[in-house]
Design a binder for this molecule. Structure first.
Ligand code: NCD
Length: 264
């Protein structure tokens, strides 16, 4: 059962396609037509979904740690399809797969993640997975969107895009996630584009064969220029989308076959 309490195009559709390809049937619970509009709580909604006995619940929610909370109510595995700004594990898996397909092992690669790091669950999960796989991460963000992190051997922080892009094999850029921001945290979209937008000129500061990623949805002309987003020689963005289906098939298969401990 897909239960998305936040908007989604790629994640929801690719979980749906993945389930269908595995021969499962999927129910898309729809928040906008649900009884939450009549005041029903998240907890009571979960009890209702659990009472219909799904084999797995695929959950996206804006509240911190909501998938973990759901595991305490549901009798089936709960798959995290996006937890607030905290985690988006299946996106990290498909991002790592995409990098491996085009650059080989992640160990030794230098990967820049550029933009609204503070509000990005994609950045959080990517950093966790990519560093475990031995990559070096360059975080590039305006001071207001830079988390309060310490640098480590494999995690370096930059507020200047030029220094951060140096010798990078991959440049991943992110949307300004305004729905999670306090008002006034950033200037206008135009100012952001001037200071942190990824253009061909800026990309040339990375390695000559550097490839570009974005989890989407993209705001073209803000964090990324059309010229890069649509260049199949430089952009892996559509490959990331395509990898959503096989990666989520694998996650569903592992959870439903009991081959991993789904309580973790
Ligand atoms: C992201 C998300 O929802 O976390 N999109 C996705 O799942 N591919 C990124 C975003 O919303 O900017």
């Amino acid at each position: 059962m897909n239960a998305f309490f936040e908007h989604s195009t790629r994640t929801r559709t690719s979980f749906e396609m993945a389930a269908n390809r595995l021969g499962a049937r999927i129910i898309n619970w729809d928040m906008s037509s649900s009884s939450m509009a009549k005041g029903e709580s998240f907890e009571d909604t979960l009890h209702t979904l659990n009472a219909t006995h799904p084999d797995a619940l695929i959950l996206r929610h804006a509240d911190y740690n909501a998938p973990h909370y759901a595991t305490m109510i549901m009798d089936c595995p709960v798959i995290n399809a996006g937890d607030s700004w905290r985690a988006h594990p299946t996106q990290a898996l498909l991002d790592a797969l995409t990098i491996r397909q085009h650059k080989g092992d992640l160990a030794g690669l230098r990967i820049a993640i550029l933009g609204d790091i503070a509000h990005s669950r994609v950045a959080a999960s990517d950093i966790e997975l990519f560093t475990r796989l031995g990559a070096e991460i360059h975080i590039i963000a305006p001071p207001a969107l830079m988390p309060d992190w310490d640098e480590t051997k494999n995690l370096k922080l930059f507020t200047e895009i030029e220094a951060g892009l140096e010798e990078c094999d991959i440049v991943m850029t992110l949307r300004l996630q305004k729905e999670r921001m306090a008002k006034g945290l950033t200037g206008s979209d135009t100012d952001y584009h001037v200071q942190y937008g990824l253009s061909m000129e800026r990309l040339s500061l990375a390695r000559a064969d550097a490839l570009v990623m974005h989890p989407s949805p993209m705001n073209r002309g803000v964090e990324i220029d059309n010229e890069i987003a649509d260049d199949p020689r430089r952009s892996l963005i559509r490959k990331q989308m395509a990898n959503g289906v096989p990666v989520r098939m694998a996650v569903l298969e592992m959870c439903l076959s009991g081959s991993i401990n789904t309580r973790d």
